[in-house]
Write a protein that binds this ligand. Structure first.
Ligand code: ZN
Length: 231
């Protein structure tokens, strides 16, 4: 389900040919761009253009490494699933809003149609032409809204269902990210604690050495003086 949604985002932002990029990036990290280009049967520049476009929307991120032999940078790409689903959800909500306003207008307003030219317009538009089509000079007929309304309603219900699905997927990804964050914070805290312990241990050792030194100091200090005298 997630893959289907992610592909539809790429289709919207780039084009249909680019959507298999999702198959290559899903469930992986840092995918070599040359591999992506090869699999998509595109040039490296075409591939990069797609990826840059997606990264403008935060859908993918990259790390780059210098190829030691060739001297240029190679980019490794990772899909940001949470951002992708988030963007898709936003787009679907916008679409829903538009459909709702269309539906409202279809239910409340009258539309007119010239069946010969297949042109439909609002009552205000028809009035401007005195209800006569300027193309074929036939009188407009009142448009049957019922079919349009039921089509809009079907579309609207589908979008609502999709929003529900995308939203639940997004929440799952959100909690995954939060868990990762928590793990990272805990790791950092552990690291800091270990560093503090190490520092304490080092200080303790230094103090011990100093104690030993002060015990043997009388013997040790005399030796170098003797050496100097020999020279
Ligand atoms: Zn006409």
């Amino acid at each position: 389900m997630q893959v289907k949604f992610l592909k539809s985002i790429v289709e919207n932002l780039v084009n249909k040919q680019a959507s298999p990029i999702i198959d290559l990036l899903t469930g992986k990290k840092n995918v070599n761009e040359f591999l992506i280009a090869k699999k998509l049967k595109l040039t490296i520049n075409q591939t990069r253009n797609i990826l840059y476009k997606l990264s403008d929307y935060g859908l993918v991120s990259f790390i780059r490494k210098k190829d030691k032999r060739k001297g240029w940078y190679i980019y490794f790409w990772t899909l940001n699933i949470y951002q992708s689903l988030n963007l898709l959800e936003q787009n679907l909500r916008k679409e829903l809003e538009q459909l709702e306003s269309q539906l409202k207008s279809r239910k409340e307003k009258r539309y007119y149609v010239c069946k010969t030219c297949s042109i439909e317009l609002t009552e205000e538009g028809a009035l401007l032409n005195d209800f006569i089509c300027p193309e074929c000079e036939k009188v407009y007929e009142l448009s049957e809204n019922q079919g349009v309304v039921s089509d809009l309603e079907k579309h609207l219900n589908k979008i609502k269902k999709d929003i529900g699905l995308v939203s639940s997927e997004r929440k799952i990804e959100e909690s995954k990210l939060e868990k990762k964050k928590e793990v990272k914070i805990k790791k950092e805290e552990k690291k800091k604690k270990e560093e503090r312990m190490k520092k304490r241990e080092i200080k303790r050792k230094i103090k011990e050495k100093e104690k030993k030194k002060s015990k043997h100091s009388s013997k040790k200090k005399k030796k170098p003086e003797k050496k100097k005298k020999r020279k």
